[in-house]
Design a protein around this ligand. Structure first.
Ligand code: NIG
Ligand code: FE
Length: 412
């Protein structure tokens, strides 16, 4: 099956295959071709260039993209899409003055979601989660990382990871699974942290590895959740089973989780609402991708990741949604890109780089996703006719996507 897209007003994010991420000043450049064509064979990009070099081929399908912009689909490297029910009543509690922390301290928050998850069947969780997955695909997401972490019991964590596996089998988009048993301490382990960590290490991890249910391991490293020492112990244990770390750090406090994650060669450190000079130093010259989650900052009214300061220091940055029932009930990467521009003062070029190639890096798929590159998956957003790609963040409340292609097939 050959698909030819012609007359593309502008084709964004064209890269050589050796580019795995972009950092610092490089992030300001978004390579593009105006008046372009693109050839797709089965699920792969096989050719692109300017219209004057458009090959005369017998395509099975031709799409005329006059006035439209084509870019790679978003790579959302941090989500908690699999959950049961919602936490809309906590949302109203926050409007009425309670903080996220106060809600968590009285048994709400993550423990509230864990209770719901453990009471819900695997099939029902799958049915609720697939609706969210289908929604984000229509919003232009072509690859997504999904975490466990609302089970907090052996059975609950396995149930979540099996749902993630089933989604990965049934949907064409790339899905990466992360084990986040260390998301919060269940009430019965409130005064027995080492007991819960032993459960993670001795009961959950071996079963997950045996069933091959996760590639990454995550810990919520934060005051009142998992200490840096506990986080390191879990990263170490994960490593023994071949799980690479992607760590929740610096959401509310900088407690040294970034340096510890870099030391353990984490693939990414995520949240980063509070970032110190020491944190920036720790990330310099490392292979760890910092990941900002601006929709979480927006929803909880907490600080935004200091993107300018980090890019100034030469660091890369990725953007993701954090889609979850408590801190970010939205999986809209378009909103993330717009919010990064509006609130974090990232330029449209920087934000698009952060949400495509750097997002792909942060979930270990930049060989196959995140850019328009020959040999990569044909995962494309085709916009409506728009004046320029600046419209994507500028018209922040509009849906400018006309079509989404995943692995060579238009899904929307
Ligand atoms: O990334 N910060 C930790 N975990 C999630 C939120 C969890 C929840 O409130 O359900 C996050 O924001
Ligand atoms: Fe998260």
């Amino acid at each position: 099956m050959i698909t030819l897209i012609t007359n593309i007003k502008e084709l964004l994010q064209i890269r050589e295959s050796n580019i795995k991420k972009v950092s610092g000043k490089e992030m300001a450049t978004l390579p593009t071709i105006k008046n372009a064509f693109l050839v797709i064979e089965n699920e792969y990009i096989t050719n692109f260039g300017t219209m004057d070099n458009c090959p005369k081929i017998n395509a099975d399908k031709t799409i005329d993209a006059t006035g439209k912009i084509v870019l790679p689909t978003w790579c959302d490297s941090h989500t908690h899409i699999v959950y049961a029910g919602n936490r809309e009543s906590e949302f109203v509690d926050r409007i009425n003055g309670l903080s996220y922390e106060e809600i968590a301290n009285r048994g709400g928050g993550i423990l509230n979601s864990a209770k719901k998850l453990n009471e819900t069947s695997e099939e029902e969780i799958y049915n609720q989660s697939k609706v969210r997955l289908e929604e984000v695909m229509q919003l232009g997401t072509g690859a997504v990382e999904i975490k466990s972490g609302y089970g907090l019991t052996v059975e609950g964590e396995l149930k979540m990871l099996r749902v993630i596996k089933k989604l990965a089998e049934n949907y064409p988009i790339k899905i990466k699974a992360t084990f986040l048993g260390a998301h919060a301490f269940p009430t019965e382990y409130k005064d027995n942290h080492s007991g819960y960590i032993d459960l993670i290490i001795n009961e959950m991890l071996p079963k997950i590895a045996q069933e091959n249910l996760a590639e990454y391991i995550d810990v919520f490293c934060e005051t009142g959740y998992f200490s840096v020492e506990e986080t390191e112990k879990i990263m170490e244990a994960g490593k023994k089973y071949g799980l690479i770390s992607k760590i929740h750090v610096n959401q509310f406090n900088a407690i040294g989780g970034i340096a510890a994650s870099v030391k353990h060669k984490a693939l990414s450190v995520d949240h980063l609402e509070i970032v110190t000079d020491e944190d920036i130093e720790a990330l310099k010259n490392s292979e760890t991708m910092p990941v900002a989650l601006p929709s979480c900052s927006y929803f909880l009214s907490i600080p935004y990741t200091p993107a300018r300061k980090m890019l100034q220091a030469g660091l890369p940055l990725a953007l993701a949604t954090d889609f979850n029932p408590g801190s970010t009930p939205s999986g809209n990467m378009n909103f993330v890109v717009a919010t990064a521009c509006i609130k974090m003062k990232m330029t449209p070029e920087e934000a698009i780089n952060a949400a495509t190639i750097n997002g792909a890096y942060a979930m270990g798929i930049s060989d196959t996703h995140g850019s328009i590159t020959i040999g990569k998956k044909a995962n494309l957003i085709i916009t409506k006719p728009i004046t320029s790609y600046y419209q994507l963040p500028y018209a922040f409340g509009s849906n400018l996507i006309e079509n989404v292609m995943i692995e060579g097939k238009i899904i929307y």
